[in-house]
Design a protein. Sequence first.
Length: 136
Amino acid sequence: MSEASLDMAIVNELIAVRDRAYAPYSKHPVGALVESASGARFLGANVEVAHYKGICAEATALAGMASAGERHLRDVYVIGPGEHPCTPCGDCRQRIREFATPETRIYVLDARGRLLKRYTMEELLPDAFGPENLAR
């Protein structure tokens, strides 16, 4: 996906949800949008708390997806507050992996919604541990 082909509706939703993040401690608001295999979209923003164990934007979006009964990810979009890539943290990479397929793509955007980088799940979390590792 090139910068020109980013869906502007997705970009606008990401900017809006990022701007609603609750990040009074880090001052680092993040927004995420996950799209399930069925095409349903779920938004999330990071939520910080005083003891510094907040919830990431990706985690809140994935929780909404799972709560709706969806189990398969098509795409993940993440937007941070700056010009640098705001990639998912290690915990969120594992959360994304739980619902990802080899076709799942993770898109990282800058603060204005321009595409900075696109990842496959293997690129984002090589040699990942997943549900299949628990099969007997």
